[in-house]
Write a protein that binds this ligand. Structure first.
Ligand code: SF4
Ligand code: SF4
Length: 274
């Protein structure tokens, strides 16, 4: 198990800044749907000019995604990681597991990775592991229902819609269980937290403590890109981001080289491959 985590940290460009010099990642945009509503989220298909999560030029079917992997690897052999990061939530889309299985069959040595809101993580972990997934990222913006209620419009779970504190509480409970189980199963676990000034900036310390206790290995504080219902907020100044990362480092290692990639990003992080 330790060896698997070590390999991840050596070869996954998001888990290690050194690895980002040598290895790249390819995102497969096969997952349009989502089961929660984050107030900062807008998802765009057909967009070639915007560089941020949730954006893709087009959606791919699982079969097209496999062809895409073949084509990209032929010209960029440094790709080590095949990730599914949207544009919606990977686990809210059947195509995600189908795609991962197809790719894993053909390319068993590549690291498979997903980035999820965590609502359905725990129950999907056995299938994900079978499909070769070795790394997961869970976006945790709040562990307090009071703060979470300001960030999430709703959480849709098992045919019911949960709003306000009930939704936020349900989401964090699922995220905690997913992170814990993933870490116990030997997966590398990163947590992304969107830093939303005036909403969760004072709260990220508690988030860091809680996700570390759940077993996460790495945290990535991502400055808000004001969009959607949060479009009137200002992004946090770089100094605030740096200060918060510094404060959280003793609790959990911090990723500092995130490029806030698109859902169809391809190539090396350091070269801005997107
Ligand atoms: Fe958007 Fe991701 Fe939040 Fe879903 S989980 S609403 S795709 S940011
Ligand atoms: Fe890695 Fe950040 Fe890009 Fe995700 S958004 S693939 S964590 S660099």
């Amino acid at each position: 198990m330790e060896a698997q985590i070590d390999r991840l940290f050596r070869e996954h460009p998001c888990f290690s800044r050194a690895a980002a010099h040598w290895f790249g990642r390819l995102h497969l945009p096969v997952a349009p749907d989502c089961n929660i509503k984050c107030h900062y989220c807008t998802r765009l298909y057909d967009c070639a000019n915007e560089n941020r999560p949730g954006v893709t030029s087009r959606l791919l079917t699982p079969g097209e995604a496999l062809q895409h992997v073949r084509r990209v690897l032929a010209v960029e052999p440094r790709i080590k990681v095949i990730g599914i990061a949207g544009p919606g939530d990977p686990l809210a889309n059947r195509a995600t597991l189908t795609t991962l299985r197809l790719v894993h069959e053909q390319f068993p040595d590549l690291i498979k990775c997903i980035s999820t809101n965590g609502l359905l993580l725990s129950e999907n972990l056995p299938a994900l592991q079978e499909a070769g997934v070795k790394a997961v990222t869970v976006t945790v913006n709040a562990v307090s229902p009071v703060v979470g209620a300001r960030i999430y419009g709703y959480v849709f779970y098992r045919d019911r819609v949960y709003r306000g504190r009930a939704g936020a509480e349900l989401l964090w409970r699922a995220q905690y269980a997913g992170i814990r189980r993933a870490a116990e199963m030997g997966l590398a676990v990163k947590v992304n937290s969107v830093l939303i000034p005036g909403v969760n900036d004072e709260h990220l310390y508690q988030v860091a403590v809680a996700v570390r206790a759940a077993g996460a290995h790495l945290m990535n504080v991502i400055p808000l890109i004001p969009r959607g219902a949060f479009s009137s907020l200002l992004p946090p100044p770089p100094g605030q981001v740096a200060r918060i990362r510094q404060k959280l480092t003793p609790i959990i290692d911090q990723m500092v080289h995130c490029r806030r990639c698109r859902a169809d990003a391809a190539g090396m992080l350091e070269e801005g491959g997107a």
